[in-house]
Design a protein around this ligand. Structure first.
Ligand code: PGA
Length: 227
């Protein structure tokens, strides 16, 4: 467009992020849009399977996720940690225990995300690898709902540490389980053949530069200090 040629940053940015991205991408977009007030943003938040489908349909400029699909030709940049941890209610009997084995978790009910969620796949895979059964009591399609269900005593779950930065952190504890945290990372990706607009490229560069301020532990410390 003419705007592109003049180097004026205006136009539309289409982003899709996995569920856990909603804990920091909107804030990052806030500061980005202050710098570039003429950019409009469309942000979708969904799980891995649905991001995969959007990629196949070339729906967005950029996709943010932790497990880029192998059957799509993508440019990818790692930009942040995404540790997965086992979460229990604050006063759970395992809360103060050190070095809990996976086997010990077998007898506790779990809350899992919906099919199509990478978080769900990771935990299922770990239990399968150790030939252990996971007792699934409940399936929920939202990390927020899972946190509430944990507090309500319905079971344990595995969540990205980034989801623990908001309000109910004080009512939850992270269990010290062997094999955890699972160290995942976030990638920002785009289709290899795609020529990014000036706006998308500008956001990509901004994300790579600014994300260092958003590590899971930094967010958690902030949440904790603010009570
Ligand atoms: P999911 O991905 O929403 O597909 O579980 C979240 C993540 O990988 O952080």
């Amino acid at each position: 467009t003419v705007a592109d040629l003049k180097g004026v940053k205006e136009g539309k940015l289409c982003l899709t992020v996995v569920t856990t991205g909603k804990y920091f991408i909107p804030r990052l977009l806030g500061s980005f849009c202050q710098l570039y007030p003429h950019i409009d943003v469309s942000l979708q938040v969904t799980n891995h399977q649905q991001i995969h489908e959007r990629m196949l349909e070339n729906k967005d400029d950029l996709y943010i996720l932790s497990k880029p699909p192998e059957d799509v030709d993508l440019e990818r940049h790692i930009f942040l940690d995404n540790p997965l941890v086992v979460v229990a209610p604050r006063n759970h009997i395992l809360s103060n225990k050190k070095n809990i084995s996976l086997k010990e978790l077998e007898s506790f009910p779990f809350i899992l995300r919906e099919v199509g969620s990478n978080t769900r796949n990771v935990i299922q895979q770990i239990f399968d690898d150790h030939k252990l059964n996971i007792r699934v009591r409940l399936e929920l399609g939202s990390n927020e709902a899972i946190k509430q269900a944990i507090i309500g005593g319905l079971g344990l779950s595995v969540l990205s540490k980034h989801t623990l930065t908001s309000s109910c952190y004080d009512e939850l504890s992270i269990l010290d389980v062997k094999n955890f945290p699972v160290q995942e990372s976030w990638y920002v990706t785009y289709l290899s053949g795609k020529k990014l607009s000036v706006v998308a490229r500008t956001f990509l560069e901004y994300l790579l530069k600014e994300s260092i301020n958003y590590t899971a532990d930094k967010q958690l410390t902030l949440a904790h200090n603010h009570g």
